[in-house]
Design a protein around this ligand. Structure first.
Ligand code: F6R
Length: 624
């Protein structure tokens, strides 16, 4: 049976690692596919990478090094490899140095077993000590290496690869997605999953494994999503999926991936970030096209609960913060807001609570943990997620799949905007249910949302040149303040995060009310401010924003106003002013966000930053 899925996009003492793993097994040559597969997962980590490949002979060839896939391709001649079965890895280390020794794959002492791993083995120090006593030699400082030595040990005992893998993973505490190849069974990839994503791809002349669908979307759209506590044996013409504890065979429907791998290509844009910014009009359409019944069902659930908690982390925290303002305005109550990394330390949840998370990847450790914690405490869980088949998508009671298409740039833009739209839709539905807004207001708001794609289109097509010039002129500035009030405050915070992560420029997002409570002392030639101006309709907010701009100007500070076209625009007290097409308050924050995304993007290109893969970041943050 085949089901369809709308998926979107879609790593000293190394305790934790995040990364992408992939594998290909065929009766034909696989090396170029294997290298492509790991290149497609590079946004998951790009400190180092490597491959282990078997060509039917008695040896596994392992090549790895530090650097991006393209760099490692050259440094260790990956393209010279040939084989029929192989696994690969791209890594993002969270602790310790990035070294060739710590890059995956890792091999056993006899070189007969090679593995790649994504996750954290929390008891690795104990296991390592035990294995060392038994005479195993460790070449790296990773937690991963214990797994392969355990397998080697158990193989000596049992003479069975399957048995050795199972006995080894039973000793592991923590999270893992592991892929194993061995010349003992050269036409198989063994893999196992516990709390780290792993997916099998079923192709014509080959089968695949990957941390996500991007590993093999160029070759097949048929996938089997593995669950926790499962292992699989994958061959060129089949696979067998089993439960680790019971060893019982599992039959699971094949999921059909609906998007095309071309969606995950740059399509003529210099960077994915720019492409994804430009895709936002169509992403808004997709968010608005999501079935109203789904939104209404979740709205009813929210309406029934005594406590509503919104959660996310990084960008998605700011997304949910904006959602909080929308609920407050349109639904008539203020949900709690807790950053998912702080969730366990702050939130008291029970059966009368609904916890609603947003996540692009659906795999973020902090948010996943918050949802699990909520579930354990009896709360209802819900999530707005971009990646079909992801851990959060499978965990929650209520899922809204945002359908934003693959977001490849490590910096989130279009996925975040889509989540904001969906939270706005949800707030409007709850508002209607609670009679905080009338039917008439509700339909006016719906038609305002429908105007957003055209307005964004105008911003990206007509304002980019001006924003690029501002970014170039101000690219020497090392400190930025992004200021906003009301619903513009989360936009200011999200915009500051964009500037930090893509341009490596220090930026703080804060409520403009805070300016006079201390931060104003920083105003000087080295610091620029951005004010997110509300619409003129929001009179009180508008006046307050203007006075913040005046306060900075009075101290000779540079102020960039992000505002809406009006007759007054010329008189506004800004050093520079990005004037945007008019928009009603409901959608105004979204429009200003696009301008700020472009400001960060062009600052980063001027500073020649690594736009799609900024230093030290990874797309899917699957560790604590
Ligand atoms: C910023 C960014 C991160 C993510 C955060 C949550 O551009 O991408 O701050 O928003 O790591 O990730 P997801 O949305 O995958 O849960």
């Amino acid at each position: 049976m085949i089901t369809t899925c709308r998926l979107t996009k879609p790593g000293g003492a190394l305790k934790n690692s995040m990364c992408g793993i992939s594998g290909v097994v065929s009766h034909n040559e696989i090396s170029s596919r294997l290298i492509d597969s790991i290149k497609s997962l590079e946004y998951r980590g790009y400190d180092s990478c490597g491959v282990a490949i078997l060509n039917g002979k008695s040896k596994t060839i392992v090549r790895k090094d530090i650097g991006s896939v393209d760099e490692v391709r050259e440094s260790v001649q990956l393209d010279d490899l040939q084989g029929f079965t192989g696994i690969a890895h791209t890594r993002w280390a969270t602790h310790g140095g990035v070294t060739r020794e710590n890059a995956h794959p890792h091999s056993s002492c006899d070189g007969k077993f090679s593995i790649t791993h994504n996750g954290i083995i929390s008891n690795y120090t104990t296991l390592r000590a035990k294995l060392k006593k038994k005479g195993h030699t460790f070449l790296s400082a990773t937690d991963t290496e214990v797994i392969v030595h355990l397998i080697e040990d158990y193989f000596k005992e049992t003479g069975s690869v399957e048995e050795a893998l199972l006995l080894a993973v039973k000793e592991l505490e923590g999270a893992y997605a592991v892929a194993l190849v061995t010349p003992h069974e050269p036409d198989k990839i063994y893999c196992a999953r516990m709390e780290s994503p792993l997916i099998i791809g079923l192709g014509d002349d080959a089968n695949y494994i990957g941390s996500d669908f991007n590993a093999f979307i160029a070759y097949t759209k048929n996938a089997i999503v593995m669950e926790d506590n499962e292992y699989a044996i994958v061959t060129h013409n089949g696979y067998s999926l089993k439960n680790i504890t019971t060893r019982k065979e599992i039959s699971r429907p094949i999921q059909r991936i609906l998007w095309d791998h071309k969606m995950a290509q740059k399509g003529g844009y210099p960077h994915y970030m720019l492409k994804e910014i430009h895709e936002q009009p169509s992403v808004v359409h997709s968010a608005l096209d999501i079935d109203q019944q789904q939104i209404d069902d979740l709205a009813s659930e929210i309406d029934r609960k005594k406590q509503v908690v919104l959660t996310g982390v990084g960008t998605t925290f700011y997304v949910t913060q904006l959602g909080q303002y929308y609920f407050s305005e349109y639904a008539g109550f203020t949900p709690n807001l807790v950053s998912s990394d702080e969730f366990k330390f702050l939130s008291k949840v029970d059966k009368d609570t609904i916890v609603l998370a947003t996540s692009q990847s659906g795999e973020t450790y902090d948010t996943l943990s918050a949802l699990k914690y909520a579930k354990q405490n009896g709360a209802t869980t819900a999530a707005i997620v971009n990646v079909m088949g992801s851990s959060m998508a499978r965990l929650v009671d209520h899922l809204v799949l945002q359908g934003s298409g693959p977001e490849i740039c490590v910096i989130s833009t279009k996925a975040a905007l889509s989540q904001m739209i969906l939270l706005a839709r949800l707030a409007l539905s709850v508002g209607l249910l609670r009679e905080n807004i009338t039917k008439r207001q509700y339909s006016t708001y719906q038609s305002q949302l429908r105007k957003l794609p055209d307005i964004i289109d105008k911003v990206v097509n007509e304002k980019s040149g001006f924003i690029h010039n501002v970014a170039k002129e101000q690219s020497h500035i090392r400190h930025w303040l992004f200021l906003g009030r009301g619903r513009y405050y989360p936009v200011a915070r999200e915009s500051a995060l964009k500037m930090k992560e893509v341009a490596y420029v220090h930026a703080e997002g804060m409520p403009s009310g805070f300016l006079k409570h201390g931060t104003i002392a920083l105003i000087d030639d080295d610091l620029n401010s951005v004010i997110f101006m509300p619409t003129e309709q929001e009179k009180e907010l508008y006046e307050l924003a203007l006075s913040s701009a005046e306060e900075i100007k009075a101290r000779d500070g540079y102020v960039l106003g992000i505002t809406f076209e009006s007759k007054k625009a010329r008189e506004l007290p800004f050093t520079d002013c990005i004037s945007l097409p008019q928009a009603p308050p409901l959608i105004a924050p979204f429009v200003e966000l696009i301008a700020a995304q472009l400001l960060s993007y062009y600052t980063a290109t001027t500073l020649k930053r690594n736009i799609d893969k900024p230093r030290a970041l990874a797309k899917s943050v699957t560790v604590a």
